[in-house]
Design a binder for this molecule. Sequence first.
Ligand SMILES: *[C@@H]1O[C@H](CO)[C@@H](O)[C@H](O)[C@H]1NC(C)=O
Ligand SMILES: *[C@@H]1O[C@H](CO)[C@@H](O)[C@H](O)[C@H]1NC(C)=O
Ligand SMILES: *[C@@H]1O[C@H](CO)[C@@H](O)[C@H](O)[C@H]1NC(C)=O
Ligand SMILES: [Zn+2]
Length: 529
Amino acid sequence: MYPLPVTGRYSGSKFRIFKFLKIIICSLLITVLLLFTIASIRTFSLDVNAGLQLAHWEKTNNISLAIDHSQREQLLTHFKEAIRIPTVSFSETEINTTALLEFDRFLRKAFPTVFSSSLVHHELVANYSHLFWVKGSQPDLVPYILLAHIDVVPASESDGWEAPPFSAKEIDGFIYGRGTLDDKSSLMGILQALEYLLLKGYAPRRGFYIGLGHDEEVHGYKGAMNIVRILKQRGVQLSFVLDEGLAIIDGIFPGLEGPAALIGLSEKGQAIVKLSVSMPPGHSSMPPRETSIGILAAAVKRLEDNPMPRLFGYGPEGDTFEHLAHKFKFPMKFIMSNLWLFSPLLGRILETKSVSNAFVRTTTAVTLFNAGVKLNVIPSLAEAYVNLRIHSAQSLQEVLDIVKDTVRDQRVKVELINGFDPLPISAADESAFGFQIIKKTVLDLFPSVTVAPGICVGNTDSRHFKDLTKNIYRFAPAWFKPGDTERFHGINERISMQNYEELVVFYFNLIQNCDIRKLPEPHSSVHEL
Ligand SMILES: *[C@@H]1O[C@H](CO)[C@@H](O)[C@H](O)[C@H]1NC(C)=O
Ligand SMILES: *[C@@H]1O[C@H](CO)[C@@H](O)[C@H](O)[C@H]1NC(C)=O
Ligand SMILES: *[C@@H]1O[C@H](CO)[C@@H](O)[C@H](O)[C@H]1NC(C)=O
Ligand SMILES: [Zn+2]
């Protein structure tokens, strides 16, 4: 390069600006190139099913389960009978205790070995919930707990069910009924697996608990909370908790190729906030400029117009996409492999649909609005309830502060009715015992599935267990195909007979897999760059 002659101040500064611009452009180009290279390498190197799968696992799943025709008939008969008992929780104070007592009798009849084995200690908790302790031969191995719940949400045939909701009718290979997914398939799957194991002479090395709550659908204040109280009194610490929550999704997420088993590492928090406006009542012939209804409506509208901040990538939802990236096509594959660069962009894409928006932020839902008593009376009181589901990266207090700041009207009273912080995020790395055992059990049963961490937008009984362990996982290997998510708490809840059988096999293998003393050393781990 020829040095340009420098003649005078003007041309000198022009030269300096030119040189400066060139340096900037060059460094920008280099940065973009570098980012692109790193991004591309990441896009191709993140194969996350590797890791511990290739390592040498101690063999503890010595007992195999081959379900023959008559066993199949029997396990399905039990399952159907469980569905037919309407263990409905209508509200916190209204539960069907008759059905819960019937369910208790049914369990003892269906699983005689579980209830009579000297290895199993059973106790009733809060009259209708159950706690089982299966003693291990090696007391130094930290026990775990499997959770499921007995109660179901209400269901009425008139809502449009293809079969009555408590009929457990078989249609095209599926069993229909309330509880077939949530959560009697897990409950029956766990106990059926234990019944088989005990019949085959199994005795665990690692002790474990089974907790069956009877009021999960109305917060678990009696069942799960009393089970926790008992375990705390006994000084129990748990290696991990496995409860309901996420599932195997297949064809549900646009662009995702092949099935993915999502294991919930956390749950969003919740807040129920009451907004109220109180004004002197008056006659509608001489209305004030603003009424309590108008003031409250404006406040509610401000909340809807100002959603909570976009936080995609600050919680475990980022991990989900990074784990699944290689199952997407370009350009999504490229974007998801490089959330360090693209998470703001992906957040913007995801927030456009309400299903995926739930992963991006704390959601705000106005669920009740009450005001007015008479056609010609200005009401004195107007109140609304807002249900917020709190993103992992925010606290209950932060959310309340934002709500007050958005409402910003002294006349609107903002009260927290109840709420809790998002649950801590459980580990999913190569030393996370519970996560790796669940993952291995899934992959042994379904080799084509990708296992990824996930987050529950709803809540489960397991949230009450957070003082007993840092590691709470929410998953059952139920297959969710297009249209199935609406069956959850909706109409035509169902599970295929084959899938129920798979659940039994899953728990049968999981319990044995937990008998390893410790996780294997990673064979050849693929690390992030
Ligand atoms: C399973 O079998 C292997 C030998 O094949 C034995 O070493 C191991 O102790 C057995 N595990 C259990 C839990 O019985
Ligand atoms: C409660 O359960 C019993 C069966 O155990 C059933 O006969 C009854 O109809 C149920 N009640 C309600 C209100 O669902
Ligand atoms: C259990 O039942 C007894 C007797 O019906 C009752 O007094 C008690 O409050 C019940 N306990 C719970 C936790 O529901
Ligand atoms: Zn449930």
